[in-house]
Every structure is written in C-alpha cells, then in structure tokens.
Design a protein around this ligand. Structure first.
Ligand code: ATP
Ligand code: MG
Length: 411
C-alpha cells in the first residue's frame, strides 16, 4: 500500500483524554480513533492488525474442529428472561423499539447459541459439537478508560462446545486450554492460565488467561518456579505465600489483563431452555456446554502495551500491519523496489510521500512495522538499507538479500 493513499495522518500529540500507551499510540499513529469512551473506529492500519489477530484465533479454532458462524447482536428480551440474565447481568444493554418491544444487545451469546445448536442435536450421535463466531459485543461497563482494553463495544471470539458427558467435555476443555496458550504465543504474548471460580452462574472451575501489564485491571498472584497463577479476587493465598502447587516460596503479585476465558457451564442452559437429546441409555438428557472467549480488540491493546518504546509501537511479526516499511528519501524513486517486494509476496507500506527523511523515520518508528527498508541517493544502485524496528544496526544489502532477511523472519 502507498502511504500517500492513506486517508489518516500521523498526529504529533496524543489526545489529552487518553492515558494509556495503547490508546495514545494507536490514536497518534492512525490505527484507531475514539468515537466516545469505550468505542473506537478501526482505521486502515488498525483493521489490518485486528484481522491478523482474528486469523490467528480462527486458525486455532478451526484446528479444534469448531465451525465458524455469525449470530445476531440484537436479541429478543425473551431469551434473556429465560436464563435470568435480563435482571441479573448489570452490563446488559437493553433497548426498546418504537412499538415498545424490548431487546438486548449481545454481551455474550449463550442465549442464542444453545437453542440454535440444540435444534440439530437429536441424539448422542450428534455430539460433540463446537461452534464459534468473531463478532462485536456490547457491555454497559462503568469505566472505559484503558483504550482498547475495555470497550463498551468490543470484538470477541466466542466459542461454545456441546458434549454428552463430563468426560468428553473435560477432554475438549483441556484441548481448548492448550489451543489458547498457543494463540497467545503466536501473538507474541506470554499468558498465564489462572484458576478462578466460575462467575455468577456456576461454581465450576474456569480459567482466565492473563498477560502481565500495568494497564490491566486484574491483580494476580503467580509462581516463578511453576505455572501456578491465581486471580487475587478469589485467591486463598497472598503475596509471598508458599506456592500451593509446587511448594516454592514467594508468590509474586502483578497487574494483568484478561485476554481470554474458558468456562464449564454445565447443564444450566439446556435446563433453562428445556432442550435435551437422547443419550446412550435412550433417556432424555441436557448437554454439557462450555464457553470460550478471547478478547480480540483487547488483545490489540495489550500487544501495544507490551511492545512499545519512547518512539512508538513495535509490532510482533504475526500481527504487524505490514512486514516492511519502504521509505524513499530525497526524491529518489522507490517504485521499482516497491514492486519487487510485492512480487516477492512481502506486505509493504511504501512511504512515497514528499516529506523529509527525519519526518519519515519518526513516523515509521511510531507506526512500528518490523522492518524498515530505505532507498536513497546514499544507498547506491540496486541497494537498500535495512533495519529492524527497535534495533540500531543498519545494513546495506541488495533488494534480494533484504527480501531473504525479511522472509526468514516471517516463517
Ligand atoms: P473482565 O473481567 O475483563 O470484565 P470478563 O470476565 O467480563 O472480563 P468474559 O465475559 O469472559 O470477560 O469475555 C471474554 C473475553 O472478552 C475476556 O477474557 C476479555 O478478553 C474480553 N473482554 C471482556 N470484556 C471486555 C471489554 N469490556 N472490552 C474489551 N474486551 C473485553
Ligand atoms: Mg466483565
């Protein structure tokens, strides 16, 4: 993409009302723009990042044999009264039509997905099943001050699985947990799986996936010697306690952001909607249901919180909007290099604007694309200067060598 075609422009200063690094940098660099607290427009660069995160998550959900669907965001009141959520869930957005009909905006989709899937599940032979969607959620959150970390409208991946018995559920649950850890790793993050109680509807164990960051809103205790981690809200131990898992001394305390969550919902939703299937004994039974969320837009914010320096963002390769930022300096034509990179399958943002070298360098650092490639009168014929974002060292190489360097990083 040619930078001159982007309708967004870099802003020198961060908006005064944004206090977190993710909101400031994403806004200045033209990735996202705030409409009001908790809602953002995703601009061309930002949408590319969001789609990349989505696709990593999608690949891992597909690997679990979950099927992708898309469900309505606008729900009738009746399904929310059936489960008790209409009165109990304080973040539920409720609206009324001009004919006085009442609706809710989806804050999660159990109320839609359980009747939907159970419509097709007659006997145990139709199980197990898992479906997921990547879609917007609405929650009437009290505080939305952390940029993409807490929206009142935000993008979530939500998967739901259906099982004939606990054993089958447990097996899938363990696989889903592993796939979550893989997702975060692919996105360049280290996520810790905390054990937490199951929230308002169930006391079964759930896992929250936490990434350490001061911009987060959760406090956790974790062990350095093993993978033990717990949310302080529910913890029986405290900072400095002996690890209940491995016996090592000194649990550490940290702030974290929850980037995903898996729940065993048991048979609640089957009971609420009176939906059952015929089991192996020929009897009617409710399915065991699990739900599995990933905060896609929150992840984009968390990645920026983890990967930034005084000059801007440093996108991990897997989610970077482009692999290469090509800068043509001093009136030199970078067109041929741009075409060569594109032909080689490299995603490239080409800064073809008429701007000073200083300005182009500063903006490239702010945008944070992993590789910067410069063509100028200094680099010489057929040669380019290549530099990794965040590193000082530059190298002058042929364009073919540059492509090799970039691609090695991408595999
Ligand atoms: P939190 O404790 O942060 O409010 P939650 O427990 O309410 O999260 P879930 O209902 O399990 O979250 O939603 C699944 C995932 O969606 C969360 O793990 C988180 O990553 C993301 N998420 C939840 N609420 C928000 C929000 N307001 N803005 C952005 N992402 C969110
Ligand atoms: Mg919440």
């Amino acid at each position: 993409m040619r930078q001159s075609q982007l309708f967004t422009k870099i802003e020198r200063n961060a908006p005064k009302d944004e206090t977190t690094a993710n909101a400031q940098l994403l806004s200045r660099a033209g990735f996202a723009s705030k409409l009001m607290a908790g809602t953002y427009s995703y601009l061309p660069l930002g949408l590319r990042v969001l789609r990349k995160i989505e696709n990593v998550v999608r690949e891992e959900m597909d690997a679990l044999n979950a099927e992708e669907i898309l469900m309505p965001m606008l729900h009738p009141k009746s399904i929310w009264t059936a489960t008790g959520g209409w009165d109990k869930i304080d973040v539920l957005f409720k609206l009324k039509s001009r004919t006085e009909k009442e609706y809710a905006l989806g804050q999660s989709e159990e109320e839609v997905v359980v009747p939907l899937v159970m419509k097709y599940v007659m006997t145990y032979r139709d199980l197990p099943r898992a479906v997921y969607q990547i879609h917007w959620k609405f929650r009437d959150e009290l505080r939305s001050k952390s940029g993409l970390l807490r929206g009142i409208e935000f993008l979530m991946k939500d998967m739901y699985s259906f099982h004939e018995n606990q054993e089958d559920f447990d097996q899938f649950y363990a696989r889903a947990k592993e796939s979550y850890l893989k997702i975060y790793k692919r996105l360049g993050l280290v996520a810790k799986a905390t054990e937490a109680s199951g929230g308002s509807f169930t006391e079964k164990i759930s896992y929250e996936f936490m990434v350490l960051t001061d911009a987060g809103e959760d406090d956790i205790l974790y062990c350095d010697a093993c993978d033990y981690c717990v949310n302080i809200e529910v913890a029986k131990c405290e900072e400095g306690s002996v690890c209940p898992k491995c016996g090592e001394k000194g649990l550490a305390k940290a702030r974290a952001s929850e980037v995903g969550n898996v729940f065993d919902l048991g048979q609640k939703y089957g009971k609420d909607f009176d939906l059952s299937f015929v089991n192996r004994d020929g009897k009617k039974q409710h399915a065991i249901v699990g739900c599995y969320g990933v905060g896609i837009s929150r992840l984009m914010g968390v990645i920026v919180e983890k990967y930034n320096d005084e000059n801007g963002i440093l996108w991990p390769e897997a989610v970077a909007p482009f692999h290469v930022h090509l800068l043509a300096l001093g009136g030199v034509d970078g067109e041929e290099m741009y075409k060569t990179l594109q032909t080689a399958g490299v995603e490239v943002l080409y800064d073809d604007r008429d701007a000073s070298a200083g300005e182009k360098f500063a903006e490239a650092d702010l945008i944070g694309i992993p590789w910067r490639i410069v063509v100028s009168s200094k680099t010489g014929d057929g040669m380019v200067e290549i530099k990794r974002r965040g590193e000082k060292e530059t190298k002058v190489v042929t364009i073919q060598e540059a492509i090799k360097i970039v691609k090695r990083e991408n595999v």
